[in-house]
Design a protein around this ligand. Structure first.
Ligand SMILES: N[C@@H](CCC(=O)N[C@@H](CS)C(=O)NCC(=O)O)C(=O)O
Length: 198
């Protein structure tokens, strides 16, 4: 399988998951502005949506949408315990979190370039309220679904790496900062971050 990624983008989430699962996934860097891969391929021919992440399967099919890719990868290695079994209530809880991270935090927290300062302030204030909510949700356990790291944590961690740029410093939310640091210390996460820098 090939994972198309851009350093520091939301593709870090499936990158972490692939490493957590120990799956043999080749990573291919994409220049998002030029829409070209590091091998000079036209990225739009691989993912016509033009964004990362995209996962090319061994049969040539391409799967997009980060929240779906991470579940696909987790289901390839069920023993790694990165997602509850499909069809269980716990799996719906995982999907509930993935959807929340994708819509409310990833997209909902992004400040459009060139937007008026009042709009940026409003987006930042809403994001801060969502960080308050997350702190409440994480109370009493280490990860979103309890004591076990799942693909939802890989996605939330990825979105939290953008906090400083978004003007919501994690220092203001010590419990969220602890959660972030707990995940940052995982070997697979460190490896993924290191590999994206190279
Ligand atoms: N709906 C997609 C959104 C992916 C996305 O926003 N990717 C960003 C990086 S975090 C991107 O590639 N942006 C470049 C572009 O849209 O031109 C998903 O959830 O995977």
């Amino acid at each position: 399988m090939k994972l198309y990624f851009s350093p520091g983008a939301c593709s870090l989430s499936p990158h972490i998951v692939a490493r957590e699962a120990g799956l043999p996934v080749e990573t291919v860097r994409v220049d998002l502005r030029a829409r070209k891969t590091a091998n000079g391929e036209d990225f739009l021919k691989i993912n016509p949506k033009g964004y990362v992440p995209a996962l090319q399967l061994d049969d040539g099919q391409v799967l997009s949408e980060g929240a779906v890719i991470v579940q696909y990868l987790a289901d390839k290695k069920p023993d790694a315990g990165l997602a509850p079994k499909p069809g269980t209530m716990e799996r719906y809880r995982l999907q509930e979190w993935l959807n929340y991270v994708a819509t409310e935090l990833h997209k909902g927290g992004s400040q459009p370039k060139g937007a008026p300062p009042e709009l940026k302030d409003e987006i930042r204030a809403k994001l801060a309220a969502k960080y308050d909510f997350l702190v409440g949700q994480l109370e009493g356990h280490d990860f979103l679904l309890g004591e076990r790291f799942t693909v939802a944590d890989a996605y939330l961690f990825t979105v939290l790496t953008w906090s400083k740029n978004r003007g919501v410093e994690l220092e203001k939310w010590p419990a969220l900062k602890n959660y972030f640091e707990r995940i940052a210390a995982r070997p697979a996460v460190r490896e993924a971050l290191q590999a994206e820098k190279a």
